[in-house]
Ligand binder design. Structure first.
Ligand code: NAP
Length: 505
């Protein structure tokens, strides 16, 4: 990874420094050393918090980019936008970079900022208990710590969802989840089965079909696919970005504006002209690139584009049309030692079976056992479903903040920008309790209830409720996501409304 252009000391840092946060207090524990945890460690240090520990369950940082290493993995947010605003990268090789390149980027930024000195690896936090005004932190290995503030940067899509299919454990070949790719297995020249048609499955199919002997895609629901090309970023441009940091910033700003106008603000208004354009582009992609009429109808969704998380691929239709690829739409009834049995009685013989079946999206910081004030448990607070005021703070859980928590703009924008904006907001909450007069801050029940009621109402206009099943929808069928414009999110993150928070201590 070549040089990163850093613009350290952002506005959050300056604001906190000017508020006179004593360098030795408070003690902050960050959970998770993925994109949001690395961000927290950097920003806390810049702001003068000298006592920070990041607990990371794995033996290295990187979060989702460490865990997802399947063939073809990439990010569908342009790389110049999927980077920290304070560490633009002139060396991105493609518009949408590979997972390995993204991992290397986060590692390089963390290294440049000395994040490692704050990280304890191999330490999975298992319990957080608010006792006598501080958070007791326990790890599965029996480690103990105490903190004044906890930031949960535990990610969203990190607990694989395994399908309940009879006989799955009796498969005679290799079987693994897309987020737990077994690199000890070489599928080249063999019969590869993939269950699922989400972003992960589509990338795996595109990357694998030309090297495997046979590829069988088990499709429960077809997906709309937006054909966005992924050209390399030329040497000339990369040199220009090195010479001219302003040009690099300009690219990021342009992409942000484009993404915001054409996607983030459009998905929250199902009737927006941009949604119609997206729909037409997906339909045209299907018509133009799947010539076999039987396959085309198999792949045609019966819902609107972007209702489910939009799949972005420059070549999925071309790849799934290869002579060695098959799409199976019959329901899977069982997995047998020899392969996958479907409802029509057919056994699809396979050597390798990949479960690209998504994630348990309602977990967030769980399974950590969290106990707040007066014995309040997070499991009880989230018994129906997870919620948090502005996806950051939960009543009765003081000084515990989440980055990319429940119901945020998870499918609307670059999660890096989302986390940066959220961190700026959290840093202002910390200011409220850093003057010594008040020590604890948490959202009020009223603020959370009002936010949830408004969110549920606004969700009715989004494209996510136009008639599909997706991981965005909660048990009530309401999108667990930010249903407003990205501009509104930015404005909300500008400054906490003091009346929405309870200060104590
Ligand atoms: P996903 O979108 O949740 O897709 C899971 C797939 O598995 C769906 O097609 C689902 O079918 C199918 N499935 C689940 N259980 C099944 C069962 N029992 N039998 C048959 N099929 C079953 O998961 P994902 O592809 O891992 O993607 C998750 C999210 O991660 C994405 O939406 C995106 O936000 C992110 N992601 C992004 C990228 C990228 O940036 N390019 C890449 C990968 C992931 P149904 O549709 O019928 O439920």
């Amino acid at each position: 990874m070549a040089a990163l252009v850093d613009d350290a000391g952002g506005t959050d840092a300056r604001r906190l420094r000017s508020s006179g946060v004593p360098v030795s207090t408070p003690r902050v524990v960050v959970i998770g050393a993925g994109m949001a945890g690395i961000l927290s460690a950097i920003k806390l240090r810049e702001a003068g918090f000298g006592d920070v520990t990041v607990y990371e369950k794995a033996d290295r940082l990187g979060g989702t980019w460490r865990e997802n290493t399947y063939p073809g993995i990439a990010c569908d947010v342009p790389s110049h936008l999927y980077s920290y605003s304070f560490a633009p990268n002139p060396d991105w090789g493609h518009v949408f970079s590979s997972g390995a390149e993204i991992y290397a980027y986060f590692e390089a930024v963390a290294r440049r900022h000395g994040v490692d000195r704050d990280v304890v690896y191999g330490a999975e936090v298992s319990r957080l208990t608010f006792v006598d005004g501080r958070w007791e932190v326990e790890t599965t290995a029996g480690g103990r710590d105490v903190a004044d503030v906890v930031i949960a940067a535990t990610g969203v899509l990190h607990h694989p969802s395994y399908p309940e299919i009879e006989g799955l454990d009796r498969f005679g070949g290799a079987v693994f989840h897309s987020a737990r790719w077994n690199h000890g297995v070489d599928p080249r020249g063999r019969r590869l089965g993939v269950i699922g048609t989400g972003s992960s499955a589509v990338q795996i199919v595109s990357a694998s079909v030309d090297t495997v002997g046979e590829l069988v895609l088990f499709q429960r629901t077809p997906q709309w696919v937006l054909p966005v090309p992924n050209p390399p970023i030329g040497e000339e441009d990369r040199e220009r970005f090195h010479r001219d940091p302003a040009a690099l910033r300009a690219v990021r700003a342009e992409l942000a504006e484009m993404f915001e106008t054409n996607f983030a603000n459009a998905v929250v208004d199902a009737d927006s002209p941009q949604m119609k354009v997206l729909d037409q582009m997906c339909r045209a992609n299907l018509e133009e690139h799947v010539s076999d009429p039987v396959l085309r109808e198999k792949l045609r969704p019966a819902y609107r584009a972007a209702c489910k998380r939009l799949v972005i691929s420059p070549d999925f239709y071309q790849k799934i049309g290869r002579p060695n690829a098959r799409v199976v739409t019959e329901t899977i009834t069982a997995v047998e030692p020899g392969g996958v049995r479907t409802a029509d009685g057919r056994l699809h013989e396979l050597d390798v079976l990949v479960l690209a079946t998504g994630f348990r999206v309602d977990r967030f910081m769980r399974p950590i056992e969290v106990t707040g004030t007066n014995g309040a448990s997070l499991d009880a607070a989230w018994a129906k479903r997870p919620s948090a005021y502005l996806s950051i703070s939960i009543p009765q859980f003081p000084n515990l903040f989440m980055l990319n928590g429940p119901n945020g703009p998870v499918g609307n924008f670059s999660l890096v920008d989302v986390a940066e904006l959220q961190f700026g907001y959290i840093s202002q909450l910390l200011e409220l309790v850093s003057d010594g007069a008040r020590r604890y801050v948490s959202a009020t029940v009223e603020a959370l209830d009002r936010f949830e009621a408004e969110r549920v109402e606004a969700a009715k206009k989004t494209v996510w409720v136009t008639g599909c099943r997706s991981w965005y929808l909660d048990d009530r069928g309401i999108p667990a996501a930010w249903p407003w414009s990205f501009d509104r999110f930015r404005r909300e993150m500008e400054r906490p409304n003091r009346a929405d928070y309870e200060l104590a201590g």
